[in-house]
Design a protein around this ligand. Sequence first.
Ligand code: ASP
Length: 471
Amino acid sequence: MVYAMSEKRGLALHWKIVIGLLLGALVGLSINATWTSGTWAGMGVNDAAAFLAGKASEANAEAGVLAAACRFAVNASRFVGDLFLRGLRFIAVPIVLFSLVAGVAGLGDVRKLGRMGAKTIVLFLSTSVVAATLGLLLGRFVDPGSFVSAELREQIASAQGSLAASKVSSAASVRESLSAWQQVLNAVPTNPFEALAKGEMLQVVVLALLVGIGLTFVPAEKSAPVVRFFDTLGDAMMHIVRLLMHMAPYAVFCLVAPIAASFGLEVFHGLGVYFITVIVGLAVMTYLVYPLILRTLVGRKHGVSVREFFRAIAPAQLLAFSSSSSAATLPVTIECSRDRLGVSEDIAGFVCPLGATINMDGTAVFQGVSIMFLAEVYGVPLTLADQVQVIIFATLISVGSPGIPGSSIVLMIIVLQSLGIPAEGIALILGVERLLDMCRTVVNVTGDSMVAAVVGASEGKLVRPVPGSVE
Ligand code: ASP
């Protein structure tokens, strides 16, 4: 199926999203710089949080029309952002189920699936190990921890200690999820309907694979209508994603503006070198490692240059940045890989959902740098064996973190504890965490599409869309 929406008039979608994102950041940063509690007080509001939540309190009795208009703007912006994310989440489970069942059943041969699965897992794991190692090496050699002054450490730790403590306590409950055995076991649903209802993506992938495999054993005259049924529904879901994408530029504005407004630029104070080190690691993955793999394993013979690859997946990257969630971005990652990049339905439907749950190279880079950073800040020496452990843990975390905002920071606490680094240390990085989350999610999603392209090319299932059919 070819991307055939009449989108050719006006600006291309990814540019509209870029504009939404930049405007959101600009508006948010201006609000951060100019809006103080005095601004609210000037409008008759003394308790802004209560006022925005719609709670009438004596303190806000004086609030006038201007304040009400501001509240309306804040609520409307939240509404648009949440509506968009809800739409994407709504689509994620059905899209994976329908397109994967149809794709696997369409393969007609279980051996092909095994080969495709093996390639995918090997690529996912090896890129994650590269990413974790890169993070560790950058953390070691740039040594961002040595740029943090003692006062800043204390100041931030005491100001955000309670926040860190709440994360520390929630870490205990996820400790067991880091065991490799448990991770594999958890992927197998005991009740397929529960997996669908709860939106357990890895379990939905396994379920769809099994149904697809089952269908290949049923005689074609019986299975064909069922496969067509799933295929048609998969296509219908894809059309809903495209409709939703019309909303993306506005939604991205609404998602980014409040983040920029609440963080501002002061969060970088004292953490600039650490922040830049993570960003350099993410950039190396995206602009050196992935292009190298693409050039070597896909190359021009499939008509996909590195530039075209990035152009095709730009909407998914921009959305990953705005939502900090590979799970929410998944429908768009599938759409971009399939219709804009040209990966076949079965491969995009298999690789992308699996990647959104187990392949997080950006997360692995972040973990590597952050653990080394905190070890330095707290003066905990790490032996070579410890450093190998950091790589293994960072890889496992990237496999085990769900694709939702901030998930990997919780798992990081376990690693810190096992290395003897005070877990409260995460308080130090919480200020910039959200921004780094936005950036690492871009890499996570890029890695998924890259593997989809490589596996697609190796199976002869990467066919560039007809020129002009993609905006
Ligand atoms: N937010 C990331 C994602 O969804 C996961 C993480 O690193 O926290 O891909």
